[in-house]
Design a protein around this ligand. Sequence first.
Ligand code: ADP
Length: 313
Amino acid sequence: MRLILLGPPGAGKGTQAQRLVHKHGIVQLSTGEMLRAAVAAGTPIGLKAKDIMASGALVPDEVVVGIIADRIEEPDAKKGFILDGFPRTVPQAAALDELLKKKHLKLDAVVELRVNESALLERVETRVAQMRERGEEVRVDDTPEVLSKRLASYRAQTEPLVHYYSEKRKLITVDGMMTIEQVTGAINRVLAALEADSAAKAEKKAATHKPAEAKKVAGKAKESRKAAKGTKKAAKKAAKKGTKKAAKKTAKSAARKAKKASKPAGKAAKGSKKTAAKAKTRAAGTRTGKSRKVAKKAAKKGAKAVKRLTKRR
Ligand code: ADP
């Protein structure tokens, strides 16, 4: 799975990203953290980024694009990743599109955490207090002054990405004002729906194009033919038990119907999985366990049909 987490500073991207990492076994790629590491290590990139970051402005696009391009090449990112803090500008998003296209990789979704700006300062203050409590070094850009600058950068340069990804039908917006657990729940639900949807699409595609899948479908078709046979037998039994001629007639016609239903399923082996499923469903209703009841019902129906026929004649 490849995701982007989008949201202003303090929206909870980092917290949710960690939870997604656990759930999906993918890596979190945070440009903020990578840049902070570069600053701490005093690398050329770090030296370039240090003052920009401290002021709350954005580091040049080519710097972060370069970092991400290298990072997604690493083996641990093969299974998927969550981008946190990247892309932050439209040109960065365009560069990411190019990068993924070159590698034949698909972006699954962009999760936007929407929060009221008034809550952000408080959240960041809490984060600072908690970091101090744990004895961790507090970020130099986590001050009220720099935060307002970071928010301004977000509004001007990053928020346009909401529109960018919504146009590409990638955007999922989650209310970031709920509790951490609730936000996680909401994200998991939308991602599960997304996964189910793409699995269904893949299955459909496989049934149409791949012989192995077609074989599976063919198996289902066989099953439905078997069920049809079973129905015939069971209906015969029911007919013996008292529903007489009409039951026999209906049993035969039920069996014929089921058989007929299984034919398109056979065809489906070559192409349409849908037809096979339909045939299976039709035949399933007449399987042995239920057969007596079904046969009786069928017998009744059959009798009615016979009556109708007679009338018409
Ligand atoms: P926040 O908590 O504000 O989301 P991050 O930890 O993601 O912040 O990033 C901290 C700083 O690192 C940013 O204010 C910016 O200067 C720099 N930075 C991080 N990611 C990017 C990016 N994609 N493009 C430009 N600058 C970035």
